[in-house]
Design a protein around this ligand. Sequence first.
Ligand code: PMP
Length: 294
Amino acid sequence: MYFDENTVLFLDGKWLKAAETKTSLFNQTLHYGNGVFEGIRAYETEHGPAIFKAKEHFERLLFSAETMYIDMPYNVDELIQLSYELLDKNNLQNAYIRPLVYFGDAMHLTPGEEVHVLLTAWEWDKFLGDKQLNVMTSPYQRPNPKAFHVEAKVTGHYANSILASTHAKRQGYDEALLLDMKGNVAEGPGANFFYEKDGKLFTCPSGNILPGITRATIFELCEQFEIELEERFFTPDEVRGADAAFFVGTAVEVAGIASLDKVDFKLKWEESLGFQLAKAYQREVLELEPVYIF
Ligand code: PMP
């Protein structure tokens, strides 16, 4: 699904066939979750593939690396250039790009000596699909921000996301909503969260979340379309039965939520601000002129 016999990837300065690439079973990232990564999308536009917010994503990759004491051998411009080459070599237009910085063999608890940089890409549909999601408040909280750099994209952090998502799915829900340590709503396992009430949007401030690049884009779109948006802490009680809600992230884009803890949101998705923002987001990533739909 992620590669076939023709897929070419970038690894440590070389272009290699994905099917012929190997990694050591003693690598530190595999054993201890010490690695950093990104999730980026490219879209087919009128003038070829455009990597959406490439600079922001690679800046975050470098920031994530810095928090984990990883020396990155490439800068942002080089990584952007390599990513376009990657798309070209694989003949991809609409693609999900996955940079991963991982370590070589090291069974100690400081960064390994050998840093590997991988860039790979594949075609990927919307991560949570197109249907409106039934979401549950997870009993798993987001990690304590004093235990991890939660604003960095570190492989090991995703054990928490996997726990919450798996638990929710086993209870029959589509996805989880995680709280912070104080019981306020934080985010989804791989996406930021917004809800709508009385014509206004709310999302939590940064501090306990990965403050996403899509979230920042939604902020920009709200400003552009004069949608009222407030960053504040709120509990799931305030969200349940509100007008509407949605997740945002590179992989999920803008995904509507039908219910939280079996309590339906009042508006139909098509009547919500989230729906309009989903359409505006699609135009933004395709580099089309905004249409004033609000
Ligand atoms: N929160 C978490 C935990 C995530 O994994 C992601 C996906 N990177 C997001 C939020 C959304 O971030 P972005 O919009 O930058 O993809």
